[in-house]
Design a protein around this ligand. Structure first.
Ligand SMILES: Cc1ncc(C[n+]2csc(CCOP(=O)(O)OP(=O)(O)O)c2C)c(N)n1
Ligand code: SF4
Length: 350
């Protein structure tokens, strides 16, 4: 095994609109186990950012602790990054985002990092509608500490040691919808075709975007009896519909049969074209999404795809009316309005 990546690139490798080849979006060589679902998600992130013509230096990657939280090292080397404490990524993301609203905030977490130690922080970042992508690489176990059951392990699921999980699972997508999340999607690390457009849409959403991605741990939770193994997930996936993400720059030339496509518009004018597969489900209606999730769960299925979107979401900066200018770019005139302004403020408080 070699740990040195060749820097040779074929001269004919395609470039995106910014003139970058895809390797400009890669990270360091992964040290995750061969076959780990997290690496497939990292590859999907690289592809989505390259295709979206995102300047890597306009992205801030944030994470907690876990194999999943190591992932930001393996994509977008040319971005900002902060690997925080276990379960504390949301507070670091909130601080960074409030200081500079001009970056794309990309949080990566695990089911242990989010649903146990980080649950307190997770629920608050959802309800505040922080403008970020929050991606959970969900393998139902604590991979980094050798595979203990996590709080998203399904009741009755068997782990590698043969123990049956006795406790009800926390459904992160259902919880986020309950807490008022404005974009919720689920996917599977083995379905890049579904994951890439979902990532693009999540990055364009103005507000909190949860992507709960089932990402099997091949070393500790890929056994028969586990409900987070590759085989189990492949056999139990139910899809809300397929989506195409249409960036604003691309002229919409595709024609569809009337009524076969629902168009959802993002804040910047880009669009999601949704080909629905589920009857009686409307992605803009919370109750309808909750019903679809419950119906899938009753059948023992994992519902993937876009689940819910609020196209008119108001993100945290707009809710609390912050300045448009990143704090480090505020000049002295803005930070120190002078003695008269201070006297007026003091007078108003007397
Ligand atoms: C405060 C604190 N408590 C416990 C740990 C030990 N620990 C490290 S990673 C981890 C769980 C990781 O599981 P998950 O977030 O699901 O990520 P995965 O490794 O499965 O991708 C735990 C309990 C820690 N590093 N810090
Ligand atoms: S232990 Fe599991 S989660 Fe961690 S890198 Fe290996 S396969 Fe992935």
């Amino acid at each position: 095994m070699t740990y040195v990546r060749s820097t040779f690139r074929h001269p004919a490798l395609p470039k995106n609109d910014l003139g970058y080849t895809v390797d400009y979006y890669e990270g360091s060589l992964s040290t995750l186990c061969a076959g780990c679902g997290h690496d497939s998600i990292n590859a999907a992130i690289v592809e989505a950012c390259w295709e979206m013509n995102i300047e890597p230096h306009k992205v801030a990657k944030l994470s907690g602790i876990g194999c999943s939280s190591k992932s930001p090292a393996y994509f977008l080397s040319n971005s900002h990054g902060f690997n925080s404490v276990h379960g504390r990524m949301p507070s670091v993301a909130t601080g960074a985002n409030l200081a500079n609203r001009d970056l794309i905030y990309f949080g990566v977490s695990g089911d242990g990092d989010t649903a146990s130690i980080g649950m307190g922080q997770f629920v608050h970042v959802v309800r505040r509608n922080l403008n970020m992508v929050y991606l959970v690489m969900n393998n139902g176990c604590y991979g980094l500490t050798k595979g203990q059951d996590s709080a998203t392990a399904d009741v009755g699921s068997k782990n590698k040691s043969g123990n049956i999980n006795l406790f009800e699972a926390i459904d992160l997508a259902g919880l986020a919808i309950e807490l008022g999340a404005t974009f919720v999607a689920q996917s599977f690390s083995g379905d890049k075709q579904q994951l890439v457009p979902l990532l693009k849409a999540a990055m364009k959403h103005k507000g909190f975007a949860l992507l709960n991605v089932i990402s099997p741990c091949v070393t500790f939770n890929n056994n028969a009896g586990s409900t987070k193994s590759y085989d189990y997930v492949r056999e139990h996936v139910d899809v809300t519909g397929t989506i195409d993400f249409v960036p604003i720059e691309r002229e919409i030339v595709t024609t569809y049969e009337a009524g076969s496509v629902q168009e959802l518009t993002m804040h910047d004018g880009s669009a999601i074209h949704l080909h629905k597969l589920q009857k009686d489900w409307d992605p803009t209606n919370r109750m309808s999404t909750v019903n679809a999730l419950n119906a899938a769960r009753a059948k023992g299925e994992i519902l993937t795809g876009l689940l819910y979107i609020d196209e008119s979401s108001t993100e945290l900066h707009d809710l609390i009316n912050t300045t448009d200018v990143p704090l480090n770019q505020l000049g002295k005139d803005m930070l120190c309005p002078g003695g008269d302004a201070l006297a007026k403020l003091n007078a108003s408080l007397r």
